[in-house]
Design a protein around this ligand. Structure first.
Ligand code: NAD
Length: 458
């Protein structure tokens, strides 16, 4: 059992802290946000992640898990301090390392015994060398402090599961002492550990994330071509997925990747390459394809409709993916301002993300359009002229195609997540535009026969 401090209680820091406590370590989570700390102390998770709150309550009660804003008390006698603060994108695409630097300085001024500083945040290759030097420069006490890299691979929406059942733990160290300590901390997880040097660990994180972003953009690019040449991207993806060299995951075409990682990590790696005199052309292509893809549905709908002005527009899903309340780089954030600017009256549904979205776009009238947050899909689509699907929440996937036909003023659906089959939308007589597949036009709609009518109704 080790005494662990975690700096930053966002998706990465809090989940790591809770899981370390669950594995028997004594953990203190540190955040600068007093409100968050008070919430966590009372057993409430400041973020939405499956199972997180239950594990918090359990470990709060056992005494393994504590929270504080007082970094000095948490860091001074910790065996290891994990850093999980943000590294957001700067206007030039580089990673903002100021939060890391602040924590490094706080650590240097606090530690009173030998300790390992473990950077979980995603940082450009070479950053941890600088973090170690920075800590040495500001160290007050005569103690040994080393820095290790331990990038995080959890996915929001399944963060706790991904941490407890990680496919691999990457540890990047520069000494046997650091390597063995980190291996020992992770021992109770009983997971495969890949031990490399610090710079390789930093690169593994970017190379992995950017590969996935590249895979998504590649499928989106192929999807756009499929539409033009009459192929179906879902059939294409299915055919590709049997090839083990390709794999079956991350082959779904859609309206691009969002979230707090892929967009910034592609740009940060591109920036790092440029800094080193290299053009990372594949990653630049992934970034450009994604930028176009985000507003693909809006562009399609703008070609189809004379105007959005005064139309009731249903929006299903606001978060960047299901299972999270995170809106960072969500497609909704790009499309909704465009729709509002065109005078649309938006009725938005999201099971957990609406409150966060309302902080950015408050309910009510905007300059030309308006936005109303509703608590179910039916309210959103009732009498709507057009419906956009941005996030494939379970509540959205459950909606039967016939409901669009029955409830909407015009059954016109733009689906950015390819939730429905072309056949079922055709049968339900819904005009249906999706990604990389044939459009169900009005004139293509078959009148359903009696048997099909019954299956639609049930
Ligand atoms: P986040 O923005 O959700 O959380 C960061 C937290 O750090 C905030 O609560 C903030 O108040 C706190 N903080 C800032 N300065 C602090 C300080 N000096 N001391 C203590 N706390 C401080 O961030 P996140 O999404 O958890 O991401 C953190 C890092 O992990 C980033 O580098 C990110 O790229 C990486 N990462 C994120 C994910 C993900 O899915 N979110 C996955 C893998 C890696």
């Amino acid at each position: 059992m080790y005494k662990i401090a975690v700096a930053g209680t966002g998706y990465v820091g809090l989940v790591a802290g809770v899981c370390f406590a669950e594995m028997g370590h004594r953990v203190t989570c540190v955040d600068i946000d007093q409100v968050k700390v008070e919430l966590m102390k009372s057993g409430v998770s400041p973020i939405y992640e499956a199972d997180l709150q239950d594990l918090m309550i359990k470990n709060n009660e056992s005494g393994n898990l504590n929270y504080t804003t007082d970094y000095h008390s948490a860091y001074k006698d910790a065996d290891a301090i994990f850093i999980g603060v943000g590294t957001p994108e700067q206007p030039d695409g580089s990673a903002n390392l100021s939060y890391i630097a602040t924590v490094a300085r706080q650590i240097a001024e606090s530690v009173e015994k030998d300790c390992l500083v473990v950077v979980k945040s995603t940082v450009p290759v070479g950053t941890n060398d600088k973090v170690e030097q920075f800590i040495q420069d500001f160290l007050i006490n005569d103690v040994r402090v080393e820095v290790a890299s331990n990038p995080e691979f959890l996915a929001q929406g399944s963060a706790v599961h991904d941490t407890l059942h990680a496919e691999r733990i990457i540890i990047g160290t520069e000494s046997k002492w650091a390597e063995e300590l980190l291996q020992d901390i992770y021992k109770p997880f009983n997971l495969p550990i890949v031990s490399v040097n610090r710079r390789s660990a930093e690169m593994i994180k970017y190379a992995s994330n950017d590969f996935l972003a590249l895979k998504i953009s590649y499928m989106n690019d192929i999807a756009n071509l499929c539409e033009l040449v009459g192929a179906d991207i879902q059939d294409v993806a299915k055919g590709m997925s049997f090839d083990e060299r390709i794999g079956s995951k991350f082959l779904n075409a859609g309206i691009g990747f969002g979230g707090s990682c892929f967009p910034k990590d592609t740009k940060a790696l591109d920036y790092l390459a440029k800094q080193n005199g290299y053009e990372l052309k594949t990653i630049q292509a992934a970034i450009n394809v994604n930028k176009e893809q985000k507003t693909m549905l809006y562009k399609k709908a703008s070609r189809r409709l004379i105007t959005f002005n005064g139309l009731k527009v249903a929006v299903l899903g606001l978060t960047f993916k299901p299972g999270t309340d995170d809106l960072r780089e969500a497609a909704s954030l790009e499309n909704i301002p465009l729709l509002l600017e065109q005078g649309a009256d938006i009725y938005a549904f999201d099971p957990v993300g609406a409150a966060n979205f309302a902080n950015v776009h408050p309910e009510g009238r905007h300059r030309k359009g308006s936005i109303t947050y509703v608590s179910n899909v039916e309210e959103a689509i009732k009498d709507a002229n057009v419906c956009f699907i941005f996030t494939e929440w379970g509540e959205v996937k459950e909606v039967k195609p016939s409901m669009y036909k029955e409830l909407m003023r015009t059954p016109l659906v733009y689906d950015g997540r390819n939730i429905y089959s072309i056949d079922e939308m055709e049968r339900a007589q819904v005009e249906y535009h999706s990604i990389g597949r044939k459009t169900v036009e009005r004139q293509n709609m078959k009148e359903p026969n009696e048997r099909e009518l019954q299956s639609i109704r049930s």
